[in-house]
Design a protein around this ligand. Structure first.
Ligand SMILES: NC(=O)c1ccc[n+]([C@@H]2O[C@H](COP(=O)([O-])OP(=O)(O)OC[C@H]3O[C@@H](n4cnc5c(N)ncnc54)[C@H](OP(=O)(O)O)[C@@H]3O)[C@@H](O)[C@H]2O)c1
Length: 268
């Protein structure tokens, strides 16, 4: 089997489905995972018939701590290895820390933080040994901005993924794995099912059009960045400007701005 293989989490919708399309178009075989197996099967058939690549579907709920190990074991049992990993699955958890159950916060951490870390830990040794690997952690512009009320852990988890990606990229470089790269992709508002799932679609309708991007250029930016060994990428001119603003504004001003704005896209 000569084709490279890409494992994509959260491939049943939005940014993850777009990653599947772009990697398939580049001639990569795919392993798609998410909870909705029916959606993954439809996408898998489409990618196979359009690009001739082989696509496996492994449904998993990543809030289950055993899921990362099962995913990698299932791939290895088929004699395949992960050449690219896209840690994309995610959602927003509405409410405040006071109003939410710990179980929901723990599941959130498992899906958006621990699963990406464990998957990376499981596939990185093979990548290093073979001298080739690509890891994309889908973080967020929220990882740059100050924390604000509502969806409490979202900003911390995404900031954590940015730092983690920088460290992995630096470690690969330091250890001489010159063609193993890790990138945090930090989208701003992107058209997907994300705001339907977290119940903020109505509220986000008031966000100006220039703040929104399609998934296609977001994903393209991620793939190009990881190929050139760029540890963090913010797609789009508007998002880049916002990311820069978060770095140059005095902290109290940044917090005040984000607190004012976040009422429009965070549900308490
Ligand atoms: N859209 C935005 O504005 C935006 C901005 C910045 C960052 N992001 C990030 O981009 C990533 C993708 O989000 P999206 O915008 O594409 O949202 P989306 O359209 O809602 O897709 C989310 C994906 O995550 C999967 N998922 C959710 N919970 C899961 C679980 N417990 N186990 C396995 N898979 C799970 C969903 O699949 P199933 O429901 O089938 O399991 C779905 O495939 C997320 O990490 C998000 O934080 C999005």
């Amino acid at each position: 089997m000569n084709r490279r293989l890409c494992l994509i989490t959260g491939a049943s919708a939005g940014i993850g489905a777009e990653f599947a399309k772009q990697y398939a178009a580049l001639g990569w075989d795919l392993v798609l995972t998410a909870r909705r197996a029916d959606r993954l099967q439809v996408l898998a058939s489409e990618m196979h018939s359009r690009y001739g690549v082989s696509v496996d579907v492994i449904p998993e709920d990543l809030s289950n701590p055993g899921a990362p190990a099962r995913l990698v074991a299932a791939i290895e049992e088929k004699g395949r290895q992960v050449d690219a990993l896209v840690n994309n699955a995610g959602y927003g958890l509405p409410g405040t820390f006071l109003s939410t159950e710990w179980k929901d916060q723990a599941d959130f951490l498992q899906v958006l933080y621990l699963a990406p870390l464990e998957l990376t830990h499981r596939v990185l040794p093979g990548m290093a040994a073979r001298g080739f690997g690509r890891i994309i952690n889908v973080a967020s512009l929220a990882g740059y901005a100050p924390g604000s009320a509502g969806h409490t852990l979202y900003a911390s988890v995404k900031a954590g993924l940015i730092k983690f990606s920088e460290s992995i990229e630096a470690e690969c470089k330091t250890l001489g794995h010159e063609n193993v790269h890790c990138t945090a992709l930090c989208p701003g508002f992107t058209w997907s099912e994300f705001h339907d799932v977290n119940g903020t679609r109505e509220a986000t309708k008031s966000m100006p059009k220039w703040m929104w991007m399609e998934a296609e250029p977001v994903v393209k930016a991620g793939i190009e960045a990881v190929n050139r060994g760029q540890p963090v990428v913010v797609p789009g001119v508007a998002n880049k400007a916002l990311a820069t603003l978060t770095r140059i504004l005095p902290e109290p001003l940044g917090r005040a701005l984000v607190s004012g704005q976040s009422k429009r896209y965070r549900k308490l």
